[in-house]
Design a protein around this ligand. Structure first.
Ligand code: ADP
Ligand code: TRP
Length: 321
């Protein structure tokens, strides 16, 4: 079974990204053959700065490798290193109706938010379909906002299979993890880089401390009993603590004498402890970009082999000989 997922290179990664997506993806290496890539072409729809795109792509690669992406077991590459995807994108475009793309929620949401409509943004789902179909992917783990794009992929694949009267493409299935709760930000709303309420995974100790100390609480004093049930510090602590540690924390809330600052420091320790094992590898990779580029080149060569063979079959089937 082939599992495929793409990640847009968004630079700094926060603990919402980690628990919502990154951790699941790394764990899925045990469920099947994982194909994971950094969606650099897709990022062009929003990042128009050369240095930012280069840096974000590099950092995304470093973060995934540090967190356990295994380049031997899985195929891990940067999207623009396997150019067959652009050829397939064009082929698929000729079987994608305007109506299908016009119904895309993601496109409608983005333009409604004032992002300028251009052809890249409009045809984004076709490139995503090419990513998925090029590798005969069976399962595509995605967030809720991407389900429609996988449905569109199935529509496009069905239309081509029908046109050429053969099973040229595997119909992929999206996989949405219902039990991934939305990680709250420091203000209690969904943690998101667009809301400025994040706690970063990898940043300076000082910056992470500042973010944790900025968690919003009510204004109960040290000598008052506090409620853990709806407290943002407690909700975030649940991600990092085991049952016994949470029971202890509940007791501390229910016993007067400590303030929210103390609970924040306990959480900060747990966050640092949680990510410390990955830090050494991350620093090593950051300091050795050549090693990172070699790993990505190796991934691209594995992906290219499959993509090249698939494209040959497609060209033969449609008359591009
Ligand atoms: P952001 O909202 O910070 O811009 P993205 O939209 O780039 O994050 O999300 C990247 C991935 O991380 C997606 O798969 C998304 O589902 C996941 N993710 C982002 N924020 C959260 C959150 N607060 N809780 C759970 N998952 C999240
Ligand atoms: N559109 C996805 C996102 O923004 C990223 C992506 C690009 C992707 N190509 C993909 C995800 C193929 C899964 C499969 O999150």
């Amino acid at each position: 079974m082939r599992i495929l997922s793409g990640i847009q290179p968004s630079g700094t990664i926060h603990i919402g990204n980690y628990f919502g997506m990154v951790k699941k993806m790394i764990e899925s290496q045990n469920d099947g053959e994982l194909f994971a890539f950094i969606a650099s072409y897709h990022a062009l729809t929003s990042v128009k700065d050369k240095a930012v795109l280069e840096q974000n792509t590099f950092e995304a690669a470093v973060n995934f490798l540090a967190l356990g992406m295994d380049p031997e077991k899985s195929t891990f590459w940067v999207q623009h290193d396997v150019k067959e995807v652009l050829e397939l994108y064009w082929v698929l475009s000729n079987h994608t109706s305007m109506g299908l793309l016009e119904r895309a929620h993601s496109y409608k949401d983005k333009t409604a938010r004032g992002i300028q409509a251009n052809h890249g943004l409009f045809s984004y789902p076709v490139l995503m379909a090419a990513d998925i179909l090029l590798f005969d992917s069976n399962i595509v783990p995605v967030g809720k906002d991407q389900i429609q794009h996988v449905e569109m992929t199935r529509d496009i694949a069905t239309s081509i299979n029908h046109a050429y009267k053969q099973e040229l493409f595997v119909l992929p299935q999206s996989k949405v993890d219902e039990d991934v709760a939305t990680v709250p930000g420091t203000d209690g709303a969904k943690m998101s880089k667009s809301y400025g309420n994040t706690i970063d995974m990898f940043n300076t100790k000082k910056k992470i401390k500042k973010q944790v100390m900025g968690i919003v609480t009510d204004s109960k004093e040290l000598d008052e009993v506090k409620e853990w049930q709806n407290c943002n510090i407690y909700k975030l602590s649940e991600l990092f603590m085991n049952e016994n540690e949470l029971k202890d924390l509940q007791k501390r809330y229910e016993t007067a004498g400590e303030g929210y600052g103390h609970f924040k420091l306990t959480l900060l320790d747990k966050i640092n402890e949680h990510f410390a094992p990955y830090e050494e590898r991350r620093v090593h990779l950051l300091e050795n970009p050549k090693e990172v580029h070699e790993i990505l080149a190796y991934g691209a060569s594995k992906a290219s082999k499959i993509a090249g063979e698939k494209m040959k079959i497609i060209r033969d089937a449609i008359g591009l000989i």
